[in-house]
Design a protein around this ligand. Structure first.
Ligand SMILES: Cc1ncc(COP(=O)(O)O)c(C=O)c1O
Length: 388
């Protein structure tokens, strides 16, 4: 049975050209980029090439890119780094109730250390209102962090407008762009951000590598202390093969992104249309138009998300019930609850995120399998029986 992978927001397969580009940097060009002899300098050259590519993709300067171990580290660096660098100015941070756990967890940590966090609500589509950000600002606000696009429901947030507000108020502004970089255009000047999080494995790069864009002049306290790597902002010998892979993934995304986004949006819309036609009592979550081209999040009344997921897996279809990090827990998704779904509706949700390998045939297969799975599960659903 051919497996159909529809969970690209969780991770993507490494592009074969990315894997090929990385290979020489394991055993041939294995030098430490801090070493001054040729082995080291060759590795350093490759790393700096990747830095330039990342910077170019987001309209930044290469000296503003700090490589990290991924999105989680970049988010933690942004949040904790700004908080501790500015605690003499204030202790208030504004974020939203739909952020990824990497931002949420850093905020909870800072809250326990005495920082005050405002978690802004969102509307029924998962959209943050820029005027709510404006209203939340106090003379103690040192940081605003709002994600570019939500990983569960796909809503793209009004980052430009929030950036304008932050700039006007001279407050540092961070966005977690893990779900957008490499998929839709991202430009740090247009978005007016000081800090922006990137993760390679979300756009066909390797896992365990990412970057934080740090606008020149932004003050951050480092998380890791040791050597002088990354201009003393992030100690530790760099993961050269992974960084080279990130650079290659960025290069490929730059070439393919526009066309691919159009193709995926078409497939996404076909999936939504088909599901709407074939299954009753469903609702689509996230913004109807201002959304990622590859995301479909659907709540199917009276059927547990986990049951649908397992039944789809038996038919070779991989999807998700929420973010990968929370899919092991039975807590309803904090994002869906923030959109106003009741816990039982949140438990009935499925996320499909499309990618490079998906075709119309894959969408056809989901539209064949899922209605059957739902009908079978509904036939034995205690949830449905209590409704009747
Ligand atoms: C929006 C968002 N931020 C951060 C992360 C964490 O990135 P990483 O897996 O590279 O640590 C993810 C991954 O799921 C994400 O979707």
């Amino acid at each position: 049975m051919r497996r159909i992978y529809l969970d690209h927001a969780a991770t993507t397969p490494t592009h074969p050209e990315v894997a090929k580009a990385m290979l020489p940097y394991f055993a041939e060009v294995f030098g430490n980029p801090s070493s001054i002899y040729s082995y080291g300098q060759e590795a350093k050259g490759a790393m700096e090439g990747a830095r330039t590519r990342v910077a170019e993709l987001i309209g930044a300067r290469s000296e503003e890119i700090v490589f990290t171990s991924g999105g989680t580290e970049a988010d933690n660096f942004a949040l904790k780094g700004v908080a501790y660098a500015n605690e003499h100015k204030g202790n208030h941070i504004i974020t939203t109730s739909i952020e990824h756990h990497a931002v949420m967890g850093a905020c909870k940590f800072l809250e326990a250390k005495g920082f005050e966090i405002t978690y802004l609500g969102v509307d029924e589509y998962g959209m943050v209102a820029p005027q709510d950000v404006q209203k939340a600002i106090t003379n103690k606000t040192i940081l605003i962090s709002v994600m570019h696009a939500n990983n569960e429901v796909g809503t793209i947030e009004p980052i430009e407008e929030i950036g304008e507000i932050a700039k006007e108020a001279e407050i540092c502004f961070h966005t977690d762009a893990v779900q957008t970089v490499g998929h839709i255009p991202v430009n740090v000047d247009k978005l007016k951000v000081n800090l922006l999080t990137i993760s390679a494995h979300k756009f066909y790069g390797p896992k365990g590598v990412g970057a934080l864009y740090v606008r020149k002049g932004t003050k951050l306290v480092s998380l890791l202390h040791g050597g002088e790597q990354e201009k003393r902002q992030r100690a530790g010998t760099e993961n050269v093969p992974a960084i080279v892979g990130l650079g290659k993934a960025v290069e490929l995304a730059g070439q393919e992104m526009g066309k691919e986004a159009e193709r995926l949006a078409y497939l996404r819309d076909e999936l939504i249309k088909g599901l709407r036609k074939k299954i009753d009592h469903i609702r689509f979550n996230g913004h109807p138009t201002t959304r990622l081209p590859n995301n479909v999040n659907v709540s199917v009344d009276f059927v547990e998300g986990e049951s649908m997921l397992l039944n789809l897996d038996l038919e070779g279809i991989c999807a998700s019930t929420g973010s990968a990090c929370s899919s092991a827990s039975l807590e309803p998704s904090h994002v869906l609850l923030a959109l106003g779904l009741r816990p039982e509706q949140a438990h009935c949700s499925l996320r499909f995120t499309l990618g490079r390998g998906n075709t119309e045939e894959d969408i056809g297969r989901v539209l064949d399998v899922l209605p059957r799975v739902v009908a079978k599960l509904r036939a034995m659903s205690p949830l449905l029986k209590t409704q009747k």
